[in-house]
Design a protein around this ligand. Structure first.
Ligand code: ADP
Length: 505
C-alpha cells in the first residue's frame, strides 16, 4: 500500500477519501485554499498544506503546486476526488512522471473518454448503441440545419469537451438554431477553451441510467449495477437511486453488460461510470463515460456493500480484485438527495453564506456525507453542494420513508437550501410511483408546493416569535432597568431565535 496519500480536493469528497485512507492505515495529507482554512477537511486532516489564493486555477487546479506539495510531504499517491483535476489527463501524466501514483484510470483512457465525440465513436465500434448524432463538430449553419431536418427537432447541441451541462443547448425549432449555436460556442469556449459543437437527437422523456464499473489492472472488470439519475435540474442530477424503478432485471443486466464492454474497450482500470439514456420504449443509448469517482457513488455502496473508494486505493496499489461478478448483489434500495446551498425559487442559483444553525439527521438507514458544520461559511468560489443525504431500506418504500424522516429533521439555517425541495419531490405522486423521466421537474409545479410550505413556516415563526416576546415582556416588568437591557440582548433574544430555528428549514 501507499506511504502517504495527498487528497487533491476539498469538501465532503475530501473527507470521504480521507476516511477510507484512515481505514486502510494510509497517512493523509490535504491541501486548502485561502477560503478553506477552516474547512472541515482541513480541521480533520492530520496534515494540510496551504495554497495561496482562492480561485480553482490558483489552488485545486494548480498542477505544479500540488505535485510540489506531494513531493515535499512524502506522498507517493494522489487521489483527485471528483471535479477539479479528476479527469485531467495532463495531471495524471504529471503524477506518473514524478513517480506518484494517480488513484484513477490511465491517462490514455481518460483521453479517449474525455472527448464526447471520440467516446461515441469508441462505443459504436464496441457495438454499443449511441444516440443519433453528428460524427464530427459542425462547421456551418447549413450543415446543422440539414442534420436537424434529417433526425427531426428537438435536437441538442453539445460541446465535445463538455461537462456540468456547459455548452449544451436544447433546440426545438430551426429559428432557434443560429442563436443557440452561437451561444453554445461562446459558453464552450469560455469553459473549455474549445468552441467545437456537435449535434445529437434530443430524446424525449428519457431516463438517465448509469452503470458503475470497477476494474483492476489485470483485466478483471466488474459492474456494480445501475443508478437511476433522472431527477435533474438544468440537466444536472439532484436525486439518484438504485435500483432504477424503470427497468426490469433483463434490461438492467443488458445495459450493465454494455457498460462493461465499453470499459474493456478502453482498457479501463479503477472506478468509472458509463452513462446511458433509456428512452420511453426502453431502448438504451450510450451517453458518455466519466473516468472518475462519481458524486453519487454511495448509492451503489449501500446496495452492494462494496466500499468503492477503498477499492480504488487497492487497484491503484496494484492489487488484484478477487471478486466474482455473480457474487456481487444489488440488495435493498438506496436513494441520495444532494443538499445544495441554492435558491430553488430563483432557478436553483447558488446561495453560499454562513451556516448559523445545523442539525444533521441520523436515523436508521441514513448516511450523510458532508463537509460543513455550524458556524462554517460556505465560500463563494466552489460548488455549492454541501452534503449528500442517503437513505437505505429493504424496499424502495422504506428508503423513501427513511429519507422523509431525515429530511424532516434536517435543519440548515442561514443559507438558502434545497431541503424542502427534496421533501416535496419525495412526497410527489410520480416519484412515489417511480414514474419519472428527466422531464420530471418540467412537469411538476415544485414552486407552488415550496411556496405553500414556506408561507406556513413563516406564519409559525411569527407566532413563535410573538409568543416568546410576550413572555419576555411579562418577565421584564418584574426586573429593574439594567437587568432589562441585559435580558434583551442575551437569553431572551436567543430563545426567540431558537423557537424560530425549530420551525425553519
Ligand atoms: P454533461 O457531461 O455536461 O453533464 P451529459 O451529456 O452527461 O452532459 O448530459 C447531461 C444530461 O442532459 C443527461 O442526463 C440528460 O438529462 C440530458 N441529455 C443529454 N443528451 C441528451 C439527449 N440527446 N437527449 C435528451 N437528453 C439529453
Amino acid at each position: 500500500m501507499f506511504k502517504k496519500v495527498l487528497i487533491a480536493n476539498r469538501g465532503e469528497i475530501a473527507l470521504r477519501i480521507m476516511r477510507a485512507a484512515k481505514e486502510l492505515k494510509i497517512p493523509v495529507v490535504t491541501i486548502h485554499s485561502d477560503a478553506d482554512i477552516s474547512a472541515l477537511h482541513v480541521l480533520l486532516s492530520p496534515e494540510s498544506y496551504h495554497l495561496e489564493g482562492v480561485t480553482p486555477s490558483e489552488t485545486y487546479l494548480n498542477i505544479d503546486k500540488i505535485i510540489e506539495i506531494a513531493k515535499k510531504s512524502g506522498a507517493d499517491a494522489i487521489h483527485p476526488g471528483y471535479g477539479f483535476l479528476s479527469e485531467n489527463e495532463k495531471f495524471a501524466k504529471a503524477c506518473e512522471e514524478n513517480g506518484i501514483t494517480f488513484i484513477g484510470p490511465s491517462p490514455s483512457s481518460m483521453k479517449a473518454m474525455g472527448d464526447k465525440l471520440r467516446a461515441r465513436e469508441l462505443a459504436k465500434k464496441a457495438g454499443v448503441p449511441v444516440i443519433p448524432g453528428t460524427e464530427k463538430p459542425i462547421t456551418s449553419l447549413e450543415e446543422a440545419k440539414a442534420f436537424a431536418n434529417e433526425v427531426g427537432y428537438p435536437i441538442i447541441l453539445k460541446a465535445p469537451a463538455g461537462g456540468g451541462g456547459r455548452g449544451m443547448r436544447l433546440v426545438k425549432s430551426e429559428d432557434e438554431l443560429k442563436n443557440s449555436i452561437e451561444s453554445a460556442k461562446r459558453e464552450s469556449l469560455g469553459a473549455f477553451g474549445d468552441d467545437r459543437i456537435y449535434i445529437e437527437k434530443y430524446l424525449e422523456e428519457p431516463h438517465h441510467i448509469e452503470i458503475q464499473v470497477v476494474a483492476d489492472k489485470f483485466g478483471n472488470t466488474f459492474h456494480l449495477f445501475e443508478r437511476e439519475c433522472s431527477i435533474q435540474r438544468r440537466h444536472q442530477k439532484v436525486i439518484e437511486e438504485s435500483p432504477s424503478p424503470f427497468i426490469d432485471n433483463k434490461l438492467r443486466l443488458e445495459i450493465a453488460r454494455n457498460g462493461v464492454k465499453i470499459a474493456k474497450a478502453v482498457g479501463y482500470f479503477n472506478a468509472g461510470t458509463i452513462e446511458f439514456l433509456v428512452d420511453k420504449y426502453k431502448k438504451f443509448y450510450f451517453l458518455e463515460m466519466n473516468t472518475r469517482l462519481q458524486v453519487e457513488h454511495p448509492v451503489t455502496e449501500l446496495v452492494t456493500g462494496i466500499d468503492i473508494v477503498k477499492a480504488q486505493f487497492k487497484i491503484a496499489a496494484g492489487e488484484k480484485l478477487d471478486w466474482k461478478q455473480e457474487n456481487i448483489k444489488q440488495s435493498g434500495h438506496a436513494i441520495e438527495a444532494r443538499i445544495y446551498a441554492e435558491d430553488v425559487l430563483n432557478n436553483f442559483n447558488p446561495s453560499p453564506g454562513k451556516i448559523v444553525g445545523l442539525i444533521n439527521p441520523s436515523n436508521p438507514g441514513t448516511r450523510i456525507d458532508t463537509g460543513v458544520y455550524q458556524g462554517y461559511t460556505i465560500p463563494i468560489y466552489y460548488d455549492s453542494m454541501i452534503a449528500k443525504l442517503l437513505s437505505y431500506g429493504e424496499t424502495r418504500e422504506e428508503a423513501i420513508n427513511r429519507m422523509l424522516v431525515a429530511l424532516n429533521e434536517y435543519r440548515l439555517a442561514g443559507v438558502k437550501n434545497n431541503i424542502v425541495f427534496h421533501k416535496i419531490v419525495m412526497e410527489s405522486k410520480n416519484f412515489l410511483e417511480g414514474k419519472y423521466s428527466t422531464n420530471f421537474l418540467n412537469e411538476f409545479d415544485y414552486v407552488s408546493e415550496i411556496k405553500k410550505i414556506r408561507n406556513e413556516n413563516i406564519k409559525n415563526v411569527i407566532l413563535a416569535a410573538s409568543l416568546t416576546y410576550k413572555m419576555m415582556e411579562k418577565d421584564i416588568k418584574s426586573v429593574d432597568e439594567r437587568e432589562k437591557s441585559r435580558w434583551k440582548t442575551s437569553g431572551r433574544i436567543e430563545s426567540i431565535y431558537k423557537n424560530s430555528f425549530r420551525l425553519l428549514y
